[in-house]
Every structure is written in C-alpha cells, then in structure tokens.
Design a protein around this ligand. Structure first.
Ligand SMILES: [Zn+2]
Ligand SMILES: [Zn+2]
Length: 206
C-alpha cells in the first residue's frame, strides 16, 4: 500500500501520525503534525514547511503542462488544512472509542446538520469573485461555469442570481443531507486517493 511505502521512506512521519492518538492533544500540535504529513503526501521536499508556499509552487509547476490545472492536485491552503486535519483527529478519536465535540473539530451546525467547514477564508478576494459568474438559463447543472470551478453561484450570475438554481447555496445544502459523514473522512482512503493522483501527475511529467 502506498501510504505504508511513504512511511518507510519517511520515518519522521511516524511521529506526526502518533500525535493523532492521544486524547486532549492541543489543536496547534495536531495541526502542525497534520501539515507536516500533508506536505509529504503531496510530494513536498523535507525542507518545505509552508503549505501555502508549496501550494503556490505546485500550481506554478502544473501550469507548465498543456492541460488545465486540476485544483484537486494542489495541497490545501493554510486556512483549509487545519479544518481537514481537525476532522481527521475527530475521526481517529471516534475509532478509538472516545467522544469529542465535532463542532470543535472542523464541523459546524448548519440548518441543524453537521457540515464540514471547508475553510475560514473566502475562496478569493471579492473583486476577483465578482468577475466569475454564469449566464445559465437551465438551472446551473454540470455545464455551469461557476459549478465547474467549484464555486456556488452568486448574486452576480446573469440569470439565476445565485438563488434559483441547482448550484445555489441553500439548494445544495438540502442535497447534502444524504451525505454519509463517515465516507467523507476515512483518512486512509483520502491518503491513497491523493497519492494515486499525485503519482499520476509525476508520471505524466516525465
Ligand atoms: Zn453561476
Ligand atoms: Zn446558478
């Protein structure tokens, strides 16, 4: 398994992984260990400690390819990563039979449903976001430009105004009710999937 190989190559990662086991670990320590781990997962050199810097370098590297940059291949930002890492800690503690508050570990209660917090910052500056909009007339499905780049429609969209389409904030929250939280945060699945993707890119580069 690729995750195991990564541990063999980088014995320092064992220490980072162990930090997720004890109860009552300080969130700062967990986030630092998690970022150390994420950097390794995304193929960063050992000397790289800034996830934002590595995200930027990875983006720059991917723009040199002829295909469009897949954002899923970039490591998360320093605002998104702690939320993800907190959910991993929550999941591991749950596996170990310990009850901790999901709302202190990367989730929030929205419309009475626990939902993952993706990031604490907006996806981009307002000036930039206001230049991204669609003119869909049929409900903003798979062909909607906003949806394609992973943004919800907003008030600047031509027809839907971010209110009356499938890609509007409130409609999607309704659809998300059926999402099984356990499938979203199996850290090992996420690890292997990411490593597969990252390795595929490396092969393409050669
Ligand atoms: Zn739109
Ligand atoms: Zn729309």
């Amino acid at each position: 398994m690729k995750v195991m190989k990564m541990f063999e190559k980088r014995p320092d990662l064992n220490n980072s992984a162990e930090i997720f086991q004890p109860k009552n670990c300080s969130p700062d320590v967990i986030v630092n260990a998690g970022i150390h781990f994420l950097l390794a997962m995304y193929g960063a050199p050992k000397s790289e400690h800034s996830i934002d810097n590595y995200r930027y370098c990875s983006f720059a590297k991917l723009t040199r390819q002829s295909t469009a940059v897949k954002f899923s291949l970039l490591p998360p930002t320093s605002s998104a990563a702690p939320q993800y890492i907190n959910r991993v800690y929550y999941q591991i503690q749950t596996w170990l039979g310990r009850e901790i508050e999901p709302e202190q570990w990367g989730r929030e209660l929205k419309n009475n449903i626990l939902q993952p917090i993706t990031t604490l910052l907006p996806p981009a500056l307002d000036d930039l976001l206001n230049t991204i909009f669609c003119n869909c007339t049929k409900g903003c499905g798979g062909k909607c430009g906003c949806k394609k780049i992973g943004l919800r429609c907003s008030k600047v969209c031509g027809h839907c105004r971010g209110q009356s389409c499938l890609n509007a904030e409130s409609t999607n929250d309704e659809n998300d009710k059926d999402v099984d939280l356990n499938t979203e945060i199996n850290p090992l699945d996420v690890l292997s999937a990411t490593i597969n993707e990252v390795e595929t890119v490396d092969i393409d580069n050669k």
